[in-house]
Design a binder for this molecule. Structure first.
Ligand SMILES: [Zn+2]
Length: 252
């Protein structure tokens, strides 16, 4: 067996990838306003290799950009449509971090005016509030979004309306991404996208063709993730290897 040179870890944000601290995260009990030094804690437990932390969607973009669906692309967006909606932006061959490392949180892009469509971030009308699996399931009153898709397929009007609304939110997001960022690829992962591409990737493609600026629309393709459910794990391993070796400046 080879020597273990580093360990990679991904988590929902917001987090500080340089110090390995999770600042706060809505979706995991005990991590709200926690400022939890998870990388240092894990490194102490492992008693050996350094541990590198990054946001789950950033890790996914590193994975897809290095060996996956965005390999070779210098301008791409990774989008996950799963329990939640999230993303990461690579522009000119660099990860876009923003001032406080929350750039790429595309799930909270506002796409609707409905004040009653509340989002966990405290706002309303976010893409996530319409299109995330958990939000769809909650709005319909079931435990899993797969029930909503199945009932829509069976002709249930309430399920059909909720899914139409989710599709419209993703369509608006796709047009916004293309018009604002001019990516050459949008890689879409996450369990909802994987199981329901007709309701996730297809409406994004149609909206880009119909509504986006023509020049960037002609330059972009919307493609599924090739790393699937392991995308953040693979990306974290690749990132940890590169960070331990002093490489990987493009994503730091
Ligand atoms: Zn939000």
């Amino acid at each position: 067996m080879g020597e273990i040179v580093a360990a990679g870890l991904s988590a929902p944000g917001p987090l500080d990838h340089e110090t390995g601290v999770i600042l706060t995260t809505q979706n995991i009990a005990g991590f709200v306003d926690a400022r939890f030094p998870i990388a240092a804690r894990l490194a102490a437990g492992l008693d050996g290799p350094p541990v590198f932390l990054d946001r789950d969607t950033v890790a996914a973009a590193i994975g897809e950009g290095t060996i996956g669906a965005a390999k070779g692309a210098r301008d791409f967006v990774y989008l996950t449509v799963s329990t939640g909606v999230g993303g990461a932006i690579v522009s000119g061959g660099r990860m876009v971090r923003g001032a406080t490392n929350t750039a790429g949180e595309l799930g909270h892009f506002p796409v609707g005016p409905d004040r009653d469509v509340r989002c966990r971030c405290g706002s309303f009308g976010c893409v996530e509030a319409y299109a995330a699996g958990r939000n769809l399931a909650e709005a319909y009153g079931v435990a899993d979004a797969s029930v909503v898709y199945a009932n829509a397929a069976a002709g249930d009007p309430r399920a059909t309306a909720l899914i139409a609304r989710a599709e419209a939110a993703l369509a608006s997001l796709a047009v916004g991404i293309v018009n604002a960022l001019n990516p050459e690829r949008i890689v879409v992962g996450g369990s909802v996208a994987e199981h329901e591409p007709v309701h996730v990737l297809e409406p994004m493609r149609r909206a880009i063709a119909e509504r986006a600026f023509k020049v960037p629309a002609a330059a972009v393709t919307v493609v599924p993730s090739v790393l699937g459910g392991d995308v953040s794990i693979v990306g974290s391993a690749l990132a940890a290897r590169d960070r331990a070796g002093g490489k990987g400046q493009w994503f730091l």
